[in-house]
Design a protein around this ligand. Sequence first.
Ligand SMILES: C[S@@+](CC[C@H](N)C(=O)[O-])C[C@H]1O[C@@H](n2cnc3c(N)ncnc32)[C@H](O)[C@@H]1O
Length: 294
Amino acid sequence: MLQLTKFYEECYQDFEQSNLLSNVPAEILSKNFLAFIDQKKSMMSKKNLGHYIDQLIWTQKSEHIDDPSFDIELKKEIVYGLHLKNKIFGTYCISIKILRPIIEHINLIENRPARILEIGSGSGQLSMAMYEQLQHTSLKVEMTGSDIVPEYVEAANLLAREKKYDMNYKVIDALHLDQLPPNSYDIVFTLHSMHHFLPEQLIKIMAGARSVASQGFIGVDAYRGLFNLFFMAMLGGGKSLVSLNPVFYHDSVISGRRMYSAKQLEIMARVGCPGSTIIAENLKPGLTVVKIFS
Ligand SMILES: C[S@@+](CC[C@H](N)C(=O)[O-])C[C@H]1O[C@@H](n2cnc3c(N)ncnc32)[C@H](O)[C@@H]1O
């Protein structure tokens, strides 16, 4: 326990030096965490405490991968780091499990492959994992990956061709889905990308997805909370358990601060897609999903 506490404190020093946790009081990620919370609890209601912590977590800082002038090779390392994280935590399997009933439904009712558009596909590995897993089943799916960064799209197409996978990746700006032909897909899916967008942008994406996809939109992202924030920072680098890469570390911490809660996603979905069936919930391990059915 003592070692763990020391380890946490070292991590916190890393955060402080990189200024990634500006505004977050040191106690929050230290052994004094519970005492700090107890003190705040005595000063405010449970609801206000939640609100207070929420305000501390939020940052306006943006991630390197959202910076058009940031070195593309480093960006590719970041999306590759995300792929590793997805593999380690089984996020691809979870995504496939979420999509499976819709694929079954389309296959059965419409007697054709389900057409899935992945937006913000980064390394493109989720679409490939889905293709790999489903090609040995009776389920039929047409996978299209997409991203706004042409270099990721090119690399993913290259890899898919090397693997001889019958799928492709396109450059698509998720903010302009409404410019694609209506109903050209069944589901628009996205993994770990929703926090990259401001609420008004995410509302636009949800509304656009409803016009381009016959069934609707499903988005999966990390859970919003202190635990996830700290966990991402630990995973990302510095003197942490898995010392990967400082740029990945930077983006992990920022993303941990910018995640949306299930409630926030539900509200955005209600604004963007009035009249749709909306489910927003937390999933283990540390994920949140929003499903919007037309
Ligand atoms: C955190 S990465 C997620 C990558 C991948 N889904 C994964 O889980 O490994 C977010 C992705 O969203 C993409 N992105 C950002 N803005 C976008 C936009 N307007 N349209 C499409 N993709 C966008 C980024 O280029 C990046 O690849």
